[in-house]
Design a protein around this ligand. Structure first.
Ligand code: PLP
Length: 358
């Protein structure tokens, strides 16, 4: 008996990991530190109790789409929902990538874009960000003009750097890109502007968003995109039938009724972000980058991985990017509750002293 061997082109792929360690202060995956409002949890539980479970869900998720359309002030035909925004990214690459096709990404950036590209057999073209992690419009347009990618990914605010792209840079890429431009706005609610305002029926632009972050629903797995209706139709064609469960659709629809609570969470997290950023900057020898998201990239004094370990020893888990090209020595911390942030800041003080001790 023999097992089939893994596809040759997948042999060298490493999975996408963020270690899930059980510690008191988990600030490594950019989730909301707050659960959704209690009234949402009750409404959801009640709705789930009376679902006709022997029937398939609404395949087109019409009422969720209509609710999102209303929420965003966009036509429902431009909206597509999926199991997390990652499933949207996968659908984009299934529809427009694949063998003989190319996707462009800018690094340092979100690793899942190139990871899903490789899984779908799409070649990846890599552009570099500037020293401040912004995109240089001239370099970015030169890249897409030379390589003619079928899909160009731009993450803004960029994970893991927190960088918010300038509108002019995005417009320059849109003008030059020969294929689809996908703007990943997983952290869009925290940023001062959104590419949603650039979506138009005649422009090959897709803006991707998620309920995993500020909506406090990472456990549900719900994301969506806003795109021209013809793109939405192409993406629907590659998704599995009935992919979006009834509870998922219900969760999204009910969550949208808690807009003011969501906006309040954004405000709290943004003000904590600014406080934590100032706190990190005050730690001797530390570099910190401005962030338009709910996390902060910083480079501690001393060896980055050693500081990561010293934080973990104190019960604080952050994300270790210290060995990633372009991010040498860097760590990323998610903004948590004020107590979690205080615990992180005091652990960072101690960990840094330990790391730079002679
Ligand atoms: C967290 C994150 C997502 C969200 O993925 P989901 O599948 O919606 O949970 C997407 N893009 C980026 C850049 C992220 O950081």
């Amino acid at each position: 008996m023999t097992f089939p061997s893994l596809r040759d082109d997948l042999g060298t792929l490493e999975g996408y990991h963020s270690p899930q360690v059980d510690v008191p202060v988990r600030l490594n995956t950019n989730e909301s530190p707050y659960p959704p409002p209690e009234a949402f949890v009750h409404a959801f539980a009640e709705a789930v109790a009376s679902v006709p479970y022997h029937r398939y869900p609404d395949r087109a998720a019409r009422s969720l789409r209509a609710a999102l359309a209303d929420f965003l002030g966009q036509p429902a035909e431009r909206i597509l929902c999926a199991n997390g925004s990652n499933e949207i990214l996968q659908a984009v690459l299934l529809a427009y990538g694949g063998t003989g096709r190319r996707a462009a990404v800018f690094q340092p950036g979100y690793l899942l874009h190139s990871h899903i590209a490789r899984i779908t057999g799409t070649s990846v073209v890599v552009g570099e960000r500037e020293a401040d992690f912004s995109l240089d419009p001239a370099a970015a347009t030169a890249l897409v003009t030379e390589h003619r990618p079928d899909v160009t990914f731009v993450c803004t605010p960029n994970n893991p750097t927190g960088t918010v792209e300038r509108r002019e840079s995005l417009e320059a890429i849109l003008d030059a890109a020969p294929g689809l431009v996908v703007v990943d706005e997983a952290y869009g609610e925290f940023a001062p502007w959104s590419a949603l305002e650039l979506v138009a029926d005649d422009r090959p632009l897709v803006v991707v968003r998620t309920f995993s972050k500020v909506w406090s629903l990472a456990a549900v797995r719900l994301g969506f995109c806003v795109a021209p209706p013809r793109v939405v139709a192409d993406l629907e064609g590659v998704l599995l039938p009935y992919h979006l469960s009834v509870p998922t659709q219900l969760a999204g629809r009910l969550a949208l009724g808690f807009r003011s609570e969501m906006e309040a969470r954004v405000k709290t997290i943004v003000s904590e972000r600014d406080r934590v950023g100032a706190g990190i900057a005050a730690v001797e020898g530390t570099t910190v980058w401005p962030s338009g998201a709910n996390f902060i990239l910083f480079r501690p004094a001393g060896d980055g991985h050693q500081v990561w370990q010293a934080l973990l020893d104190r019960g604080v888990l952050v994300r270790d990017f210290s060995r990633m090209p372009g991010l040498e020595g860097c760590l990323r911390v998610t903004v948590g509750t004020p107590d979690e942030n205080d615990a992180f800041l005091s652990a960072l003080q101690e960990a840094t002293k330990e790391a730079v001790a002679p």
